[in-house]
Design a protein around this ligand. Structure first.
Ligand SMILES: [Zn+2]
Length: 178
């Protein structure tokens, strides 16, 4: 049961007050927002973790969920440096003009479906840029055989089938777990 501060939860003779509960005149109230749980007559609150808000200049990790002629849609998985999961997967917008400092002809030369990217948020409407050297694709799979691609200079190569694919590759490609 979700509760908010001040919500009446029961009587002191029914329950033992645990974390996040205060008692007044024999009544128990929530002192914090969260989920009320009862175990062996102890009632307590599991606090709601706050959801990180995404702001301009934040660095985010996300997955490309769609590509069109001039842009890609990216599902933001998390904000870098913040382990809290996002409650809703926010959709962000990556335009082809924000994929590279130079001219890029095709969106797919920058990112492709299901790539994991590291990107900077450039405005409050969740527009992204991967122009910086350490931004761009950090994990990708082979379009032919779905094996994880390896970075070879500024391209990606499949160690299984030898397929070479173009991307806007981040300097962080292949580092760590995403
Ligand atoms: Zn392959």
């Amino acid at each position: 049961m979700m509760v908010f501060p001040g919500d009446f939860l029961g009587y002191a003779e029914e329950y033992i007050a645990g974390y996040g509960i205060y008692e007044e005149d024999g009544k128990l109230f929530a002192a914090t927002a969260g989920r009320a749980v009862v175990e062996e007559k102890v009632i307590r609150i599991l606090p709601v973790k706050s959801i990180p808000e995404i702001r301009k200049n934040d660095v985010v990790i996300g997955r490309v969920v769609d590509t069109r002629n001039s842009f890609a849609m990216v599902e933001i998985a998390r904000k870098e440096g913040d382990d809290r999961a996002l409650r809703h997967y926010d959709r962000a917008f990556l335009h082809i003009s924000n994929m590279s400092d130079g001219y890029m002809k095709n969106v797919e030369d920058g990112v492709r479906y299901l790539d994991i990217i590291r990107a900077r948020v450039i405005d409050s409407n969740l527009r992204l840029s991967i122009k910086e050297r350490d931004m761009g694709v950090i994990k990708a799979i082979c379009e032919r055989c779905s094996s994880p691609l390896m970075r070879v200079k500024d391209k990606l190569k499949c160690p299984e089938c030898g397929n070479v694919e173009k991307r806007k590759v981040s300097e962080y490609y292949g580092r760590g777990e995403w």
